[in-house]
Design a protein around this ligand. Structure first.
Ligand code: ZN
Length: 443
Protein backbone atom coordinates (compact mmCIF):
# COMPACT_ATOMS: atom_id res chain seq x y z
CA UNK A 1 0.00 0.00 0.00
CA UNK A 2 1.00 3.58 -0.44
CA UNK A 3 -0.30 6.89 0.76
CA UNK A 4 -2.12 7.81 -2.43
CA UNK A 5 -5.54 6.23 -2.92
CA UNK A 6 -4.49 3.34 -5.05
CA UNK A 7 -6.97 0.56 -4.95
CA UNK A 8 -10.03 0.27 -7.13
CA UNK A 9 -11.32 -3.16 -6.17
CA UNK A 10 -13.78 -3.33 -3.34
CA UNK A 11 -13.10 -6.39 -1.22
CA UNK A 12 -15.87 -8.48 0.18
CA UNK A 13 -16.47 -8.47 3.90
CA UNK A 14 -13.27 -9.58 5.60
CA UNK A 15 -13.25 -11.67 8.73
CA UNK A 16 -11.24 -10.64 11.77
CA UNK A 17 -8.05 -12.62 12.32
CA UNK A 18 -8.14 -14.71 15.43
CA UNK A 19 -4.71 -15.53 16.76
CA UNK A 20 -4.55 -19.00 18.22
CA UNK A 21 -1.56 -20.66 19.75
CA UNK A 22 0.42 -22.57 17.17
CA UNK A 23 3.08 -25.24 17.16
CA UNK A 24 6.02 -22.94 16.48
CA UNK A 25 7.21 -20.42 19.02
CA UNK A 26 7.60 -17.63 16.47
CA UNK A 27 8.38 -15.04 19.15
CA UNK A 28 11.94 -16.30 19.52
CA UNK A 29 12.65 -16.52 15.78
CA UNK A 30 14.87 -14.01 13.99
CA UNK A 31 12.78 -11.99 11.53
CA UNK A 32 13.25 -10.03 8.34
CA UNK A 33 10.89 -7.35 7.00
CA UNK A 34 11.14 -6.44 3.32
CA UNK A 35 7.76 -4.93 2.51
CA UNK A 36 6.66 -2.06 4.72
CA UNK A 37 5.68 1.46 3.66
CA UNK A 38 6.99 4.08 6.06
CA UNK A 39 3.75 6.08 6.15
CA UNK A 40 1.86 2.84 6.83
CA UNK A 41 3.89 2.11 9.96
CA UNK A 42 2.23 4.92 11.93
CA UNK A 43 0.46 3.45 14.94
CA UNK A 44 -2.71 5.06 16.34
CA UNK A 45 -0.67 6.37 19.27
CA UNK A 46 1.84 7.98 16.92
CA UNK A 47 -0.95 9.42 14.74
CA UNK A 48 -2.46 11.15 17.79
CA UNK A 49 0.95 12.57 18.68
CA UNK A 50 1.54 13.90 15.16
CA UNK A 51 -1.99 15.34 14.94
CA UNK A 52 -1.37 17.24 18.16
CA UNK A 53 1.99 18.48 16.86
CA UNK A 54 0.43 19.84 13.67
CA UNK A 55 -2.84 21.01 15.26
CA UNK A 56 -4.85 18.66 13.06
CA UNK A 57 -8.30 17.66 14.22
CA UNK A 58 -8.71 13.99 13.37
CA UNK A 59 -12.23 12.73 12.65
CA UNK A 60 -14.21 11.51 15.63
CA UNK A 61 -13.79 7.79 16.28
CA UNK A 62 -10.57 7.73 14.27
CA UNK A 63 -9.00 5.22 16.63
CA UNK A 64 -10.64 2.70 18.92
CA UNK A 65 -10.74 3.48 22.61
CA UNK A 66 -9.21 1.09 25.14
CA UNK A 67 -11.63 -1.71 25.82
CA UNK A 68 -13.05 -1.66 22.27
CA UNK A 69 -10.42 -4.05 20.95
CA UNK A 70 -8.18 -6.87 22.09
CA UNK A 71 -4.97 -5.29 23.33
CA UNK A 72 -3.13 -8.62 23.03
CA UNK A 73 -3.93 -8.78 19.31
CA UNK A 74 -3.38 -5.05 18.69
CA UNK A 75 -0.61 -4.04 21.13
CA UNK A 76 0.04 -0.77 19.27
CA UNK A 77 -3.59 0.34 19.20
CA UNK A 78 -6.24 -0.03 16.54
CA UNK A 79 -7.69 2.36 13.98
CA UNK A 80 -11.47 2.38 13.95
CA UNK A 81 -12.13 1.94 10.20
CA UNK A 82 -14.26 -1.03 9.16
CA UNK A 83 -12.00 -3.60 7.48
CA UNK A 84 -14.76 -4.51 5.03
CA UNK A 85 -15.06 -0.89 3.84
CA UNK A 86 -12.23 -0.30 1.41
CA UNK A 87 -12.68 3.45 1.14
CA UNK A 88 -12.79 3.87 4.92
CA UNK A 89 -9.41 2.16 4.99
CA UNK A 90 -8.04 4.45 2.23
CA UNK A 91 -9.33 7.55 4.04
CA UNK A 92 -7.56 6.46 7.22
CA UNK A 93 -4.37 5.80 5.28
CA UNK A 94 -4.44 9.19 3.57
CA UNK A 95 -5.22 11.02 6.85
CA UNK A 96 -2.28 9.29 8.55
CA UNK A 97 0.14 9.91 5.65
CA UNK A 98 -0.86 13.57 5.68
CA UNK A 99 0.37 13.85 9.28
CA UNK A 100 3.94 13.08 8.20
CA UNK A 101 5.21 16.50 7.26
CA UNK A 102 8.57 17.32 8.82
CA UNK A 103 11.94 15.61 9.29
CA UNK A 104 11.07 15.30 12.99
CA UNK A 105 7.89 13.38 12.06
CA UNK A 106 9.90 10.99 9.88
CA UNK A 107 12.51 10.58 12.61
CA UNK A 108 9.88 9.78 15.27
CA UNK A 109 7.94 7.37 13.06
CA UNK A 110 11.07 5.53 11.86
CA UNK A 111 12.51 5.26 15.36
CA UNK A 112 9.21 4.00 16.77
CA UNK A 113 8.72 1.40 14.06
CA UNK A 114 12.29 0.09 13.93
CA UNK A 115 12.61 -0.11 17.73
CA UNK A 116 9.44 -2.20 17.89
CA UNK A 117 10.63 -4.34 14.97
CA UNK A 118 13.93 -5.05 16.73
CA UNK A 119 12.12 -5.87 19.99
CA UNK A 120 10.19 -8.66 18.27
CA UNK A 121 13.28 -10.32 16.85
CA UNK A 122 13.90 -8.20 13.75
CA UNK A 123 17.42 -8.67 12.40
CA UNK A 124 16.93 -6.81 9.13
CA UNK A 125 14.32 -4.40 7.78
CA UNK A 126 13.68 -2.46 4.60
CA UNK A 127 11.27 0.45 4.52
CA UNK A 128 9.59 1.80 1.39
CA UNK A 129 9.78 5.57 0.95
CA UNK A 130 7.86 7.65 -1.56
CA UNK A 131 9.82 10.74 -2.65
CA UNK A 132 6.63 11.97 -4.36
CA UNK A 133 5.15 12.25 -0.87
CA UNK A 134 8.05 13.10 1.42
CA UNK A 135 10.24 15.27 -0.83
CA UNK A 136 7.71 17.41 -2.68
CA UNK A 137 7.26 21.10 -1.94
CA UNK A 138 5.93 24.18 -3.67
CA UNK A 139 8.56 26.04 -5.62
CA UNK A 140 8.04 29.71 -4.61
CA UNK A 141 9.19 30.89 -8.04
CA UNK A 142 6.90 28.74 -10.16
CA UNK A 143 4.15 28.06 -7.63
CA UNK A 144 4.28 24.39 -8.67
CA UNK A 145 4.75 21.36 -6.44
CA UNK A 146 8.01 19.64 -7.28
CA UNK A 147 10.62 17.25 -5.95
CA UNK A 148 13.04 19.16 -3.76
CA UNK A 149 16.55 17.87 -3.15
CA UNK A 150 17.07 19.89 0.09
CA UNK A 151 13.78 18.56 1.47
CA UNK A 152 14.68 14.98 0.49
CA UNK A 153 18.11 15.29 2.13
CA UNK A 154 16.57 16.70 5.33
CA UNK A 155 14.10 13.81 5.47
CA UNK A 156 16.77 11.21 4.69
CA UNK A 157 19.04 12.65 7.38
CA UNK A 158 16.24 12.29 9.94
CA UNK A 159 15.29 8.79 8.80
CA UNK A 160 18.87 7.51 8.67
CA UNK A 161 19.61 9.04 12.09
CA UNK A 162 16.74 6.96 13.52
CA UNK A 163 18.01 3.85 11.70
CA UNK A 164 21.58 4.40 12.95
CA UNK A 165 20.36 4.82 16.55
CA UNK A 166 18.28 1.64 16.41
CA UNK A 167 21.24 -0.23 14.91
CA UNK A 168 23.45 1.01 17.73
CA UNK A 169 20.87 0.07 20.38
CA UNK A 170 19.70 -3.28 19.00
CA UNK A 171 21.84 -4.38 16.05
CA UNK A 172 18.92 -4.16 13.60
CA UNK A 173 20.15 -3.32 10.09
CA UNK A 174 17.91 -1.16 7.91
CA UNK A 175 17.86 -0.17 4.24
CA UNK A 176 15.36 1.85 2.22
CA UNK A 177 13.55 1.46 -1.09
CA UNK A 178 12.52 4.59 -2.97
CA UNK A 179 9.28 3.99 -4.77
CA UNK A 180 7.39 5.50 -7.65
CA UNK A 181 3.61 5.56 -7.55
CA UNK A 182 2.20 4.15 -10.78
CA UNK A 183 -1.16 5.92 -10.61
CA UNK A 184 0.75 9.22 -10.68
CA UNK A 185 1.81 8.33 -14.23
CA UNK A 186 4.87 7.07 -16.06
CA UNK A 187 6.39 10.55 -16.37
CA UNK A 188 6.13 11.11 -12.61
CA UNK A 189 7.71 7.72 -11.84
CA UNK A 190 10.52 8.51 -14.31
CA UNK A 191 11.12 11.83 -12.55
CA UNK A 192 11.28 10.03 -9.20
CA UNK A 193 13.81 7.53 -10.63
CA UNK A 194 15.97 10.36 -11.98
CA UNK A 195 15.66 12.23 -8.69
CA UNK A 196 16.77 9.20 -6.67
CA UNK A 197 19.65 8.57 -9.12
CA UNK A 198 20.77 12.22 -8.81
CA UNK A 199 20.47 12.23 -5.01
CA UNK A 200 22.07 8.95 -3.97
CA UNK A 201 21.99 7.86 -0.34
CA UNK A 202 24.02 4.92 1.01
CA UNK A 203 20.98 3.39 2.73
CA UNK A 204 18.67 3.71 -0.28
CA UNK A 205 19.51 0.50 -2.10
CA UNK A 206 16.33 -0.33 -3.97
CA UNK A 207 13.70 1.12 -6.25
CA UNK A 208 10.07 0.08 -6.36
CA UNK A 209 6.78 0.69 -8.06
CA UNK A 210 3.68 0.77 -5.89
CA UNK A 211 0.21 2.22 -6.26
CA UNK A 212 -2.82 1.14 -8.21
CA UNK A 213 -1.74 -1.92 -10.18
CA UNK A 214 -4.36 -1.22 -12.80
CA UNK A 215 -2.82 2.16 -13.66
CA UNK A 216 -0.85 1.59 -16.86
CA UNK A 217 1.27 -1.36 -17.90
CA UNK A 218 4.72 -2.22 -16.60
CA UNK A 219 6.23 -1.40 -19.99
CA UNK A 220 5.12 2.23 -19.47
CA UNK A 221 7.61 2.30 -16.60
CA UNK A 222 10.47 0.55 -18.41
CA UNK A 223 12.47 3.76 -18.76
CA UNK A 224 12.13 4.63 -15.06
CA UNK A 225 13.18 1.11 -14.11
CA UNK A 226 16.21 1.16 -16.36
CA UNK A 227 17.27 4.53 -14.83
CA UNK A 228 16.99 2.97 -11.36
CA UNK A 229 18.91 -0.14 -12.40
CA UNK A 230 21.69 1.89 -13.97
CA UNK A 231 21.98 3.77 -10.65
CA UNK A 232 22.74 0.41 -9.01
CA UNK A 233 19.34 0.04 -7.35
CA UNK A 234 17.66 -3.35 -7.13
CA UNK A 235 14.00 -3.63 -8.03
CA UNK A 236 11.07 -4.65 -5.81
CA UNK A 237 7.83 -4.21 -7.72
CA UNK A 238 4.23 -4.51 -6.52
CA UNK A 239 2.51 -6.99 -8.85
CA UNK A 240 -0.07 -9.76 -8.76
CA UNK A 241 -1.95 -8.23 -5.84
CA UNK A 242 -4.96 -6.94 -7.77
CA UNK A 243 -3.86 -7.88 -11.31
CA UNK A 244 -3.26 -11.37 -12.68
CA UNK A 245 -0.04 -13.32 -13.16
CA UNK A 246 0.79 -11.44 -16.38
CA UNK A 247 1.69 -8.43 -14.20
CA UNK A 248 4.20 -10.60 -12.31
CA UNK A 249 5.61 -11.86 -15.60
CA UNK A 250 6.09 -8.27 -16.81
CA UNK A 251 7.73 -7.25 -13.52
CA UNK A 252 10.20 -10.15 -13.73
CA UNK A 253 10.93 -9.40 -17.40
CA UNK A 254 11.76 -5.81 -16.46
CA UNK A 255 14.25 -6.95 -13.82
CA UNK A 256 12.36 -7.26 -10.51
CA UNK A 257 14.26 -9.36 -8.02
CA UNK A 258 11.29 -9.20 -5.65
CA UNK A 259 7.54 -9.12 -6.23
CA UNK A 260 5.32 -7.28 -3.76
CA UNK A 261 2.32 -9.53 -2.96
CA UNK A 262 2.29 -11.87 -6.01
CA UNK A 263 -0.96 -13.44 -4.80
CA UNK A 264 -2.05 -14.35 -8.35
CA UNK A 265 1.18 -16.21 -9.24
CA UNK A 266 -0.29 -19.75 -8.84
CA UNK A 267 -2.74 -18.99 -11.66
CA UNK A 268 0.14 -19.45 -14.09
CA UNK A 269 2.42 -22.50 -13.72
CA UNK A 270 4.96 -20.91 -16.06
CA UNK A 271 5.47 -17.87 -13.83
CA UNK A 272 5.66 -20.14 -10.76
CA UNK A 273 8.50 -22.02 -12.43
CA UNK A 274 10.22 -18.81 -13.46
CA UNK A 275 10.03 -17.30 -9.97
CA UNK A 276 11.59 -20.43 -8.46
CA UNK A 277 14.28 -20.79 -11.11
CA UNK A 278 15.30 -17.14 -11.06
CA UNK A 279 15.23 -16.89 -7.25
CA UNK A 280 12.73 -14.03 -7.48
CA UNK A 281 11.17 -13.56 -4.07
CA UNK A 282 7.48 -13.04 -3.37
CA UNK A 283 6.91 -10.62 -0.49
CA UNK A 284 3.87 -12.14 1.20
CA UNK A 285 1.74 -9.77 3.29
CA UNK A 286 -0.91 -11.98 4.94
CA UNK A 287 -3.04 -9.48 6.89
CA UNK A 288 -2.92 -6.86 4.13
CA UNK A 289 -3.91 -9.47 1.54
CA UNK A 290 -6.72 -10.81 3.72
CA UNK A 291 -8.20 -7.33 4.00
CA UNK A 292 -7.54 -5.98 0.50
CA UNK A 293 -7.35 -8.88 -1.96
CA UNK A 294 -10.93 -9.64 -2.94
CA UNK A 295 -10.14 -13.12 -4.27
CA UNK A 296 -9.15 -14.32 -0.80
CA UNK A 297 -12.69 -13.65 0.45
CA UNK A 298 -11.30 -12.43 3.76
CA UNK A 299 -9.89 -15.85 4.60
CA UNK A 300 -6.20 -16.74 4.72
CA UNK A 301 -7.14 -20.34 3.99
CA UNK A 302 -7.38 -19.06 0.39
CA UNK A 303 -3.90 -17.48 0.47
CA UNK A 304 -1.25 -19.14 -1.71
CA UNK A 305 1.74 -18.67 0.67
CA UNK A 306 2.07 -22.43 1.27
CA UNK A 307 1.70 -23.20 -2.47
CA UNK A 308 4.41 -20.66 -3.31
CA UNK A 309 6.76 -22.06 -0.68
CA UNK A 310 6.25 -25.69 -1.70
CA UNK A 311 6.92 -24.73 -5.33
CA UNK A 312 10.42 -23.67 -4.26
CA UNK A 313 9.68 -19.94 -4.48
CA UNK A 314 11.43 -17.77 -1.94
CA UNK A 315 8.95 -15.88 0.22
CA UNK A 316 9.19 -13.35 3.04
CA UNK A 317 6.48 -12.43 5.57
CA UNK A 318 5.55 -8.78 5.89
CA UNK A 319 3.07 -6.35 7.41
CA UNK A 320 2.84 -3.96 4.36
CA UNK A 321 1.31 -1.19 6.53
CA UNK A 322 1.92 -2.33 10.09
CA UNK A 323 0.30 0.63 11.84
CA UNK A 324 -2.74 0.94 9.62
CA UNK A 325 -3.52 -2.79 9.62
CA UNK A 326 -2.83 -3.10 13.35
CA UNK A 327 -0.15 -5.66 12.72
CA UNK A 328 3.63 -6.06 12.95
CA UNK A 329 6.27 -8.42 11.67
CA UNK A 330 6.02 -10.70 14.70
CA UNK A 331 2.25 -11.01 14.29
CA UNK A 332 2.61 -11.82 10.58
CA UNK A 333 5.04 -14.61 11.49
CA UNK A 334 2.65 -15.93 14.10
CA UNK A 335 -0.27 -15.84 11.67
CA UNK A 336 1.81 -17.51 8.95
CA UNK A 337 2.98 -20.35 11.16
CA UNK A 338 -0.59 -21.00 12.15
CA UNK A 339 -2.49 -20.42 8.92
CA UNK A 340 0.07 -21.84 6.49
CA UNK A 341 1.44 -24.52 8.84
CA UNK A 342 5.04 -23.44 8.53
CA UNK A 343 7.38 -25.41 10.76
CA UNK A 344 10.28 -23.85 12.66
CA UNK A 345 12.78 -25.00 10.03
CA UNK A 346 10.62 -23.51 7.28
CA UNK A 347 10.35 -20.24 9.20
CA UNK A 348 14.14 -20.15 9.60
CA UNK A 349 14.52 -20.82 5.89
CA UNK A 350 12.10 -17.94 5.16
CA UNK A 351 14.20 -15.62 7.34
CA UNK A 352 17.40 -16.72 5.59
CA UNK A 353 15.73 -16.19 2.19
CA UNK A 354 14.78 -12.70 3.36
CA UNK A 355 18.40 -11.90 4.16
CA UNK A 356 19.66 -13.34 0.87
CA UNK A 357 17.06 -11.47 -1.20
CA UNK A 358 17.51 -8.23 0.74
CA UNK A 359 19.02 -5.16 -0.86
CA UNK A 360 21.88 -4.91 1.63
CA UNK A 361 25.50 -5.29 0.50
CA UNK A 362 27.09 -8.74 0.35
CA UNK A 363 29.12 -8.28 3.55
CA UNK A 364 26.09 -7.23 5.61
CA UNK A 365 23.97 -10.08 4.25
CA UNK A 366 26.74 -12.58 5.05
CA UNK A 367 27.11 -11.26 8.59
CA UNK A 368 23.39 -11.37 9.42
CA UNK A 369 23.04 -14.84 7.90
CA UNK A 370 25.92 -16.12 9.99
CA UNK A 371 24.30 -14.69 13.13
CA UNK A 372 21.09 -16.56 12.33
CA UNK A 373 23.07 -19.79 11.86
CA UNK A 374 24.98 -19.19 15.10
CA UNK A 375 21.71 -19.07 16.99
CA UNK A 376 20.43 -22.34 15.56
CA UNK A 377 20.51 -25.25 17.98
CA UNK A 378 21.58 -28.78 17.01
CA UNK A 379 17.87 -29.65 17.07
CA UNK A 380 17.14 -26.82 14.59
CA UNK A 381 19.86 -28.17 12.30
CA UNK A 382 18.39 -31.64 12.54
CA UNK A 383 14.93 -30.31 11.70
CA UNK A 384 16.41 -28.46 8.71
CA UNK A 385 18.05 -31.69 7.53
CA UNK A 386 14.79 -33.64 7.85
CA UNK A 387 13.03 -30.90 5.89
CA UNK A 388 15.68 -31.06 3.14
CA UNK A 389 15.40 -34.85 2.99
CA UNK A 390 11.63 -34.70 2.64
CA UNK A 391 11.49 -31.78 0.15
CA UNK A 392 10.01 -32.78 -3.19
CA UNK A 393 10.53 -29.63 -5.22
CA UNK A 394 14.11 -29.61 -6.64
CA UNK A 395 14.68 -25.84 -6.09
CA UNK A 396 13.47 -26.11 -2.50
CA UNK A 397 15.49 -29.25 -1.83
CA UNK A 398 18.65 -27.68 -3.18
CA UNK A 399 18.15 -24.53 -1.10
CA UNK A 400 17.51 -26.51 2.08
CA UNK A 401 20.54 -28.73 1.49
CA UNK A 402 22.62 -25.57 1.19
CA UNK A 403 21.13 -24.38 4.49
CA UNK A 404 22.11 -27.67 6.16
CA UNK A 405 25.68 -27.44 4.82
CA UNK A 406 26.04 -23.76 5.77
CA UNK A 407 24.61 -24.24 9.26
CA UNK A 408 26.91 -27.21 9.93
CA UNK A 409 29.90 -25.18 8.74
CA UNK A 410 29.02 -22.38 11.16
CA UNK A 411 28.45 -24.92 13.99
CA UNK A 412 31.91 -26.41 13.33
CA UNK A 413 33.48 -22.96 13.29
CA UNK A 414 31.83 -22.20 16.63
CA UNK A 415 33.06 -25.51 18.04
CA UNK A 416 36.66 -24.72 16.99
CA UNK A 417 36.35 -21.22 18.47
CA UNK A 418 35.03 -22.71 21.71
CA UNK A 419 37.89 -25.26 21.89
CA UNK A 420 40.44 -22.54 21.22
CA UNK A 421 38.94 -20.31 23.89
CA UNK A 422 39.00 -23.22 26.37
CA UNK A 423 42.63 -24.04 25.48
CA UNK A 424 43.65 -20.41 26.02
CA UNK A 425 41.72 -20.36 29.30
CA UNK A 426 43.46 -23.49 30.63
CA UNK A 427 46.85 -22.22 29.42
CA UNK A 428 46.25 -18.98 31.28
CA UNK A 429 45.18 -20.89 34.40
CA UNK A 430 48.34 -23.03 34.24
CA UNK A 431 50.42 -19.90 33.80
CA UNK A 432 48.76 -18.26 36.80
CA UNK A 433 49.44 -21.38 38.90
CA UNK A 434 53.10 -21.37 37.81
CA UNK A 435 53.47 -17.66 38.54
CA UNK A 436 51.82 -18.26 41.89
CA UNK A 437 54.31 -21.02 42.73
CA UNK A 438 57.23 -18.87 41.62
CA UNK A 439 55.99 -16.03 43.79
CA UNK A 440 55.78 -18.51 46.69
CA UNK A 441 59.38 -19.63 46.12
CA UNK A 442 60.78 -16.14 46.00
CA UNK A 443 58.84 -14.94 49.02
ZN1 ZN B 1 2.91 -2.43 -0.43
Amino acid sequence: MINESNKTALPEKASTTVIKTNKVDTASLPKVTLHEHIEGTVTPEMAMKLAQRHHVKLPDNFVMADGQYDKADFPNGRYAYDESDFWAFINTYDSVADLMRTPQDYYDVTKDYLSKNAAEGGVYAELILSPAHMAVEVNPETGKSELSAPRYHAMMNAISKAAAEVKEETGLETRFIATGVRNMGAENVKQVAEFVRDNPHPLVTGFGIAGNERAGKFDDFAEALSIAKSAGLKLALHAGEICGPESIKDAVRLGASRIGHGVSAPQDPEIMKELAEKNVMVEVCPTSNRILVTDLKGDLANHPARTLYDAGIRISLNPDDAGIFGTHTGKEHRISAEKFDFTKAEMLDITLCGIENSFADVKTRKQIKENVYRNMSSEDRKEMKDLADKAKNPALKQRLETRVAESEKVAKKMEIQKRRANAIKSMNTARMVMLGKKAGLTR
